[in-house]
Write a protein that binds this ligand. Structure first.
Ligand code: BG6
Length: 480
């Protein structure tokens, strides 16, 4: 951790969905727990022509809608921290009034930028020109940060012209999820996994991020992005990097990010046979009939709402171990899960007695259930007159049971607090983002060259059948 704890927070995009659903509720939750300084002032900005009072009313409604009553309490003190300044970010002249509203922080300023991509550069330029980007300011950047390597570099350059890298906090909200951080504890606070965590003992890894939602009214953004850029480029590659990285020297920003970037740079360009894309058609989610992507959009589109990839990490530890990645909208379950499939025992002493050994499997459930499950072979109790019977049984840790006390937190609570306090460990460094884009661009180039267009799948199913074939031809079944 370095530098200052901010005593002022400036939220761009404050009338937007993320602000209402996540940022304001997270800040209130932090306040309730006494985790933010009573003196922290929150300046909100957006294009809407609101004053302090009308914005506070909007904020109150959002908090009442998105925070459970026991995490809400009396909102008056919280709302009194908030002021609002309307801003058209494309007009450089508007920033002087914003700077005036922000005033002079005693300790420092934390800025959270969550705006449309087209407003990124003018916002950064306006912050710089109005003196809001000085050495006692840091900035948190919400995705999307570009649509490919070159546009991402362009944005990163614009940011770097105003904020040094140690004051730039790129957000991947998956890193704020407790179970994602727990992956590091599982790997590096236990002796028993690390010696086996390599190609000699692991057959393959699967990472699934399934969503039940469809377009959710986000056509403008989503149709230009698709699953590969919306989910794989960031969240899934971060999960992969945490699973695959070497042990960092310490749990500290530079060490952790140094190790992640090495993994990301070792990723092999996938071949056309290793990629499946899909787009959902009308189907049913539970009992509810839902329209297809093209119907929701109102036109034909080649945007993928599903992608499955057999990825490879070309380094010593992972040579020959496929990482199967899969994500999609309108899948049957909302689930984020990592499966580590171990190899078979080298020799089964039980085979002569008719018993079959099933290789161990470690499943890390990230959401909705937070659990760690290790399948182990055990002997079925009995006198074994017809031979020995073995069965795979789970060692199951449900995190909410193991830690019944601690409050379940929104990922943004953690990220906002770290932004205010200046801890970059859970934020993505420029070289990581660029390595992510480099690989994503290479995959997209392959599918363009090979003329791969999305195969259709029925909403409520696990994607196109080709995604099943992708693993089955290696003798692997997706974990469901
Ligand atoms: C966002 C994507 O980054 O992550 C969305 O833009 C997606 O399309 C969301 O729905 C998923 O986040 P979570 O936390 O609900 O898994």
């Amino acid at each position: 951790m370095s530098g200052f704890t901010a005593d002022r927070l400036l939220l761009f995009g404050a009338t937007g969905d993320l602000s209402k659903r996540m940022l304001l509720p997270s800040l209130r939750a932090l306040e309730i727990d006494g985790l933010i300084d009573p003196k922290l002032e929150i300046v909100c900005t957006a294009r809407s022509d609101l004053d302090d009072l009308s914005f506070r009313n909007m904020a109150r409604e959002a908090l009442e809608k998105y925070l459970p009553p026991d995490r809400r309490g009396s909102l008056a003190t919280f709302l009194n921290r908030i002021t609002f300044q309307p801003l058209d970010a494309t007009d450089p002249n508007g920033f002087a009034a914003l700077a005036q509203k922000v005033g002079t922080p005693q300790q420092g300023l934390a800025i959270f930028l969550s705006t449309a991509p087209s407003l990124f550069e003018p916002s950064i330029a306006g912050l710089k020109q109005s003196g809001l980007a000085g050495p006692l300011s840091r900035i948190g950047l919400e995705k999307p940060l570009g649509t490919d390597l070159s546009s991402s570099c362009h944005i990163n350059d614009a940011v770097a012209a105003a904020f040094s890298e140690d004051r730039t906090f790129r957000i991947d909200h998956y890193l704020g999820k407790e179970t994602v951080q727990n992956l590091l504890a599982l790997r590096f606070a236990n002796i028993m996994f690390e010696p086996l965590w390599n190609a000699a003992h692991i057959d393959h890894v699967q990472i699934t991020v399934g969503e039940t939602v469809g377009l959710e009214g986000r056509a403008g953004f989503y149709d230009g992005a698709g699953a590969m850029r919306d989910m794989v480029q960031n969240h899934m590659l971060q999960l992969l990097a945490l699973v695959a990285m070497e042990p960092p020297v310490s749990y500290e920003a530079t060490s952790v990010r140094d190790e992640k970037v090495k993994v990301l740079r070792s990723m092999r360009k996938a071949s056309a046979e290793e990629i499946v894309t899909g787009q959902y058609r009308a189907g049913a989610m539970g009992r509810e009939a839902v329209p297809g992507y093209d119907e929701e959009l109102g036109r034909y589109s080649e945007t993928e709402t599903f992608v499955a990839i057999k990825a490879h990490i070309d380094n010593w530890r992972w040579k020959g171990v496929p990482f199967y990645l899969r994500t999609g909208k309108r899948l049957p379950q909302r689930t984020t899960e990592i499966t580590v499939q171990f190899r078979s025992v080298p020799h089964s002493i039980f085979s002569g007695r008719g018993a079959r050994t099933i290789p161990n499997r470690l499943t890390i459930g990230i959401q909705p259930s937070e659990n760690i499950r290790l399948s182990m072979m055990a002997k079925v109790p009995g006198l074994d007159r017809g031979g020995i019977a073995l069965r795979s049984v789970p060692l199951d840790i449900a995190m909410p049971n193991a830690f019944a006390g601690p409050q379940k937190r929104i990922a943004y609570e953690r990220l906002l607090l770290d932004l205010i306090e200046g801890d970059q460990t859970l934020f993505v460094r420029r070289d990581e983002v660029e390595a992510q884009w480099e690989w994503v661009d290479s995959v997209r180039a392959v599918w363009t060259e090979a003329g791969i267009t999305p195969r259709t799948y029925t909403a409520g199913t696990w994607g196109p059948s080709a995604a099943i074939a992708l693993t089955e031809r290696d003798g692997v079944t997706w974990s469901e």
